[in-house]
Design a protein around this ligand. Structure first.
Ligand code: ATP
Ligand code: MG
Length: 388
């Protein structure tokens, strides 16, 4: 039996003018996601992407799971195909959905027909196939209002397809269809989620991590690499930029008033992130900040942090509760890695009494003793790139 996957594209976006490039991006992303899972043919027709195994190397189970992470797809059906003939369709449905039909107490058939040359209307086809199946599976009666099982039939260009209920896709827009941004990736719970959320809007991301060796350990860096790897299932291949941050933090610690440590440090993060973004054609900075969660996440603190750059700062978690963020971290598979107990660079030099409502002028004053440009240059030049 020829089994294939039918991936339905997000519809709202398809109505726009960018439909072709949207589809091409998505087909490319699907092909890349299936690399290593065997030989598949991936094509797009009539707002549906077809994933067809080409030989026995193709791992359908793994592919079915993998495509559920790809942004831009709203529904996924695992279907079987046959020639466009009503009796062939009946035979296929009773074979392919046999277990479902034996288990269910009621069912209905829903047909779609994009091949308008097919000699029956959708309703006629549904009635015919429904009648035949009801005869073959007496345990299961037709119920058009509240069926336990829906047998879907699609008569398309080259073949007819039969499948049971589709599963939900990841939604969103295809990665690469909406520009590039830098995402600040710590080892915490929040920033992997913010990275995921912006990738879901079609943005290709460059994760940046600030690393304070030896105050933070090699294991802490490995943890961020692992988080980045988990995120590639959704974001596609990425290059993690690891920025040496120790010198900057030591300078701040030695020369600035303690209550401004975190704020000044965050201003450096923003400047360096912007440098990396501009260098790579990035148009925004993404952070996992969340209003009111910690001292550096008040509106005044955010203002003083963002004042040093001109790219927009995207904070997709800003209005979420911690519980919601945790739920999402679990769903996308980053939570268990995020809670591994390694120090983050922010916690190493945390002031005892951080300024929660800083005035921009005072922060600038506190920072003015530092050779800001030279420190930013040095960190930028010495960053390490890790292909994920
Ligand atoms: P997270 O759980 O993402 O670490 P958080 O609640 O601990 O967030 P902060 O430590 O204040 O909050 O950091 C706010 C945001 O700044 C993070 O979500 C992340 O985007 C960025 N950030 C913090 N530390 C680092 C770091 N070492 N490297 C890169 N980005 C960082
Ligand atoms: Mg953190």
């Amino acid at each position: 039996m020829n089994e294939i996957l039918l991936l339905k594209l997000g519809e709202i976006i398809l109505k726009g003018l960018n439909r072709r490039s949207f589809e091409q991006k998505l087909v490319g992303n699907v092909r890349r996601r299936l690399l290593g899972l065997g030989n598949f043919r991936v094509t797009c027709m009539q707002s549906t992407i077809y994933v067809e195994p080409q030989d026995e190397t193709a791992d359908m189970e793994a592919a079915f799971v993998a495509v559920q992470d790809i942004f831009g797809i709203v529904k996924i059906s695992r279907a079987a195909s046959c020639e466009k003939d009503r009796d062939a369709i009946v035979r296929l449905a009773s074979e392919y959905l046999r277990d479902d039909l034996l288990r269910a107490k009621s069912f209905k058939v829903e047909s779609k027909r994009s091949d308008k040359h097919f000699p029956m209307t959708s309703i006629q086809l549904s009635q015919y196939v429904g009648g035949e199946l009801a005869e073959r599976f007496p345990n299961c009666e037709v119920d058009v209002h509240h069926p336990e099982l829906v047998v879907n039939i699609e008569v398309r260009d080259i073949a007819a397809y039969v499948h049971a209920a589709p599963v939900d896709g990841a939604g969103g827009m295809p990665v690469g269809s909406n520009g590039i941004a830098v995402s600040l990736l710590s080892g915490g719970i929040d920033s992997p989620v913010s990275t995921y959320m912006i990738a879901r809007r079609g943005v290709r991301l460059i994760p940046v991590h600030f690393f304070s060796f030896p105050y933070t350990s090699q294991a802490a860096k490995e943890k961020v690499i692992e988080l980045g790897r988990i995120l590639t299932s959704y974001c596609g291949g990425m290059t993690l930029e690891v920025v040496p941050f120790t010198h900057i933090q030591e300078e701040i610690r030695d020369k600035c008033p303690e209550e401004y440590f975190t704020l000044i440090m965050r201003r450096f993060m923003m400047r360096i992130a912007e440098r990396i973004a501009l260098y790579n054609g990035g148009k925004a900075i993404v952070t996992g900040e969340n209003l009111g969660q910690v001292a550096s996440q008040t509106m005044e603190a955010m203002a003083s942090t963002q004042a040093v750059i001109s790219l927009p700062v995207l904070q997709p978690l800003v209005g979420m509760d911690k519980e919601e963020i945790v739920r999402m971290a679990r769903k996308i598979g980053t939570f268990d890695t995020s809670i591994l107990p390694y120090e983050d660079c922010c916690t190493v030099f945390t002031p005892r009494h951080p300024k929660t409502h800083p005035k921009l002028r005072e922060v600038e004053q506190a920072e003015s003793v530092l050779a800001v440009d030279a420190l930013v240059d040095e960190a930028f030049e010495n960053r390490e790139q890790i292909r994920l």
